[in-house]
Design a protein around this ligand. Sequence first.
Ligand SMILES: NC(=O)C1=CN([C@@H]2O[C@H](COP(=O)(O)OP(=O)(O)OC[C@H]3O[C@@H](n4cnc5c(N)ncnc54)[C@H](OP(=O)(O)O)[C@@H]3O)[C@@H](O)[C@H]2O)C=CC1
Ligand SMILES: Nc1nc(=O)c2c([nH]1)NC[C@@H]1CN(c3ccc(C(=O)N[C@@H](CCC(=O)O)C(=O)O)cc3)C=[N+]21
Ligand SMILES: [Mg+2]
Length: 294
Amino acid sequence: MTGPRIIDGKAVAAEVRAEMAKKVAAIKSKHGQVPGLAVVLVGEDPASKVYVRNKGAQTVEVGMNSIEHKLSAETSQDELLALVDTLNKDPQVNGILVQLPLPKHIDAELVLNTIDPIKDVDGFHPVNVGRLWIGERALVPCTPTGSVILAKSVAPNLSGMDAVVVGRSNIVGKPMAALLLRENCTVTIAHSRTRDIENVVKKADLVVAAVGIPEFVRGDWIKPGAIVIDVGINRIEGPDGKGRLVGDVNFAEASKVAGAITPVPGGVGPMTIACLLKNTVEAFEMQTGLSADA
Ligand SMILES: NC(=O)C1=CN([C@@H]2O[C@H](COP(=O)(O)OP(=O)(O)OC[C@H]3O[C@@H](n4cnc5c(N)ncnc54)[C@H](OP(=O)(O)O)[C@@H]3O)[C@@H](O)[C@H]2O)C=CC1
Ligand SMILES: Nc1nc(=O)c2c([nH]1)NC[C@@H]1CN(c3ccc(C(=O)N[C@@H](CCC(=O)O)C(=O)O)cc3)C=[N+]21
Ligand SMILES: [Mg+2]
C-alpha cells in the first residue's frame, strides 16, 4: 500500500508567488507602477509579529511595495480609524490588512468595516462577504482561497463531493463553506454545538478543520481516502519543553487514513500569505483598471 499524499503547501505557495512576481513585473514594465500592500499591527503579539514580518518580506520578494505600520498596544480606536482612513485615500496603497486579533479596547468590527472594500485584501468587509455569497467579483479571504487551491492540487474537480468544514468563524469557516459551495461540493458546516461530530466528519470526502484546538480531529473520524485540509495553527509545548506547531488535526493518526492531507507547518499557512499577494494584485487591477496583460 502506498501512503497518503502529503500536500506541499510551501511548494504550491512558491508557485503562486512566482506567478505574482511575473504579473508584477509585467505591470511595472507596461505601466510604470507597482501594487502596494499596507499591513497594520497593533500591539506586541509574538505570533502576529512573525506573520507580519513574513508578509512584508514576501511582498517585497514578488516586487510589490510593503508598507508596515506598527502601533503600540495603547493606540486608541480613533487613532487606528484615522490611519485606516489615510490608507484608504492613499493611491500608493492598493491593499490594507489590519492584523487580528486587535486589543480589547478596539472594536475590530468597526475597524474592518472602515476599510474601503476595494482595498480589503482580507475579504472581511461585509460588502466582500456579500459579494462572495451572491457570486459577484469580490476580494475573497486568503486562508479559504489557499485551502481550495490545495484541495484542487490533488483533486482538480471537487464537484459533487461531500465537504465538511469544522468551524464557522467569519474569517475561515464561513468563507470556506462559500468557496466549496461555489466548487459544487455538498457542504456541511460543523461547530461546537454539532451533535455526533465524529460521524458527521466521517461522511466527508473533503474535511477542512478550522477549530483552534490542537489535534482535535482524530484519525478514526476520517473516511478512508478523504482529502484533509488542516487550517489550524496551534503552538504547543512538546515533550522536550520546546514550542512546536500543530494543526487542528491529529496528523500522525489522520495521515494513516486520508488519501491526501496538509501538514502543519507547511500546509495552509504559506498559502494564506501567497493568496494575500494575489489579492493585492487583484485589488490594484480593480482600482487602476491596469493589468499585466493590457
Ligand atoms: N493557516 C492560516 O493561515 C490560518 C490559521 N488559522 C487557524 O485556524 C484555526 C481556526 O481559526 P478561527 O476560525 O479564527 O477560530 P475561531 O476561534 O474564530 O473559531 C473556531 C470555530 O471552531 C468551533 N469549535 C470550537 N470548539 C469546537 C468543538 N469542540 N467542536 C466543534 N467545533 C468547535 C467554534 O464553534 P462555535 O462557533 O460554535 O463557537 C468556531 O466556529 C485556529 O487554529 C487558527 O490559528 C486562522 C486563520 C488563518
Ligand atoms: N487580518 C488578518 N488576516 C489574516 O490572514 C490573519 C490575521 N489577521 N491574524 C492571524 C491569522 C493567522 N495567519 C497566518 C498566516 C500565515 C501563517 C504561516 O505562514 N504559517 C507557516 C509558518 C508559521 C510559523 O512557523 O510560525 C506554516 O504554517 O507553515 C500562519 C497563519 C493569518 N492570519
Ligand atoms: Mg478568530
